[in-house]
Write a protein that binds this ligand. Structure first.
Ligand SMILES: [Zn+2]
Length: 226
């Protein structure tokens, strides 16, 4: 169970968390952005296991105690290295010791580093090493789960506008205006995730990453100001 068959291809989508409701956006052929991230990832492939393990462990020390945008360059670099480390089963080899604050993940035994996405109610918090569910929604500590529940529900209804069918679009009248309004609401909700919700994760976890974009509503990280 620790090595899902698709782990070898995790680097294909290093920056794209899986969003179940948006499967139409995941094609078999990789996008130009995916190819670019694969190219970035090649820098880490030249590193031997020990170098990779030490870099990961040291960088976890730098990540500790803060919340991070998914778009942050340090997080991007960490994710590339972490997913390669997962392919190579770095954490099983115990080549380097992560900072003590990081518990072992139940999914892949890597250090515990959760990602908060808009799919939190369905997918829980996501592991930055293996891309699987790190904490199922039902197992998120209660006070945090309640805050995430309300936010996630609100976000789902806003996000759904991007996936309205023709009938729903016609009913809205001016779909462009509805889409733009949804994008602006998404920006506000994502800012709340960064300002309020992700910091609450620090009450339970040593560091946390939050997704600061919405590709379906064309909300980019620079649109989400804190
Ligand atoms: Zn994992």
């Amino acid at each position: 169970m620790f090595f899902p068959a698709r782990s070898a291809t995790l680097l294909d989508k290093p920056l794209a968390p899986r969003h179940a409701g948006c499967m139409a956006f995941e094609s078999e052929t990789s996008s130009p952005l995916d190819s670019l991230w694969q190219e970035y990832g090649r820098a880490f492939r030249d590193w031997d296991d020990l170098t990779l393990a030490r870099w990961l462990a040291q960088t976890l020390g730098q990540l500790e105690g803060k919340v991070w945008r998914l778009s942050h360059p340090l997080v991007g670099a960490y994710r590339l290295a972490a997913q390669l480390g997962h392919e190579r089963a770095i954490w099983f080899k115990r080549l380097a010791t992560p900072p003590a604050a990081y518990a072992e993940s139940p999914c892949c035994r890597a250090p515990f580093l959760p990602l908060l996405t808009r799919d939190v109610r369905e997918a829980g918090l996501i592991c930055q090493h293996c891309n699987e569910t790190l904490v199922p929604f039902a197992e998120i500590p209660a006070p945090l789960r309640e805050a995430l529940e309300a936010w996630g529900q609100r976000y789902e209804s806003v996000h759904a506008v991007a996936h309205w069918d023709d009938r729903q679009r016609r009913r809205a009248g001016n779909y462009d205006a509805a889409y733009e309004a949804a994008a602006q609401q998404a920006e506000t909700l994502l800012a709340r995730a960064g300002n309020e919700l992700a910091p609450k994760l620090l009450n339970f976890y040593p560091a946390a990453v939050w997704e600061d974009q919405d590709e379906c509503l064309d909300v980019r990280p620079e649109d989400v100001s804190l």
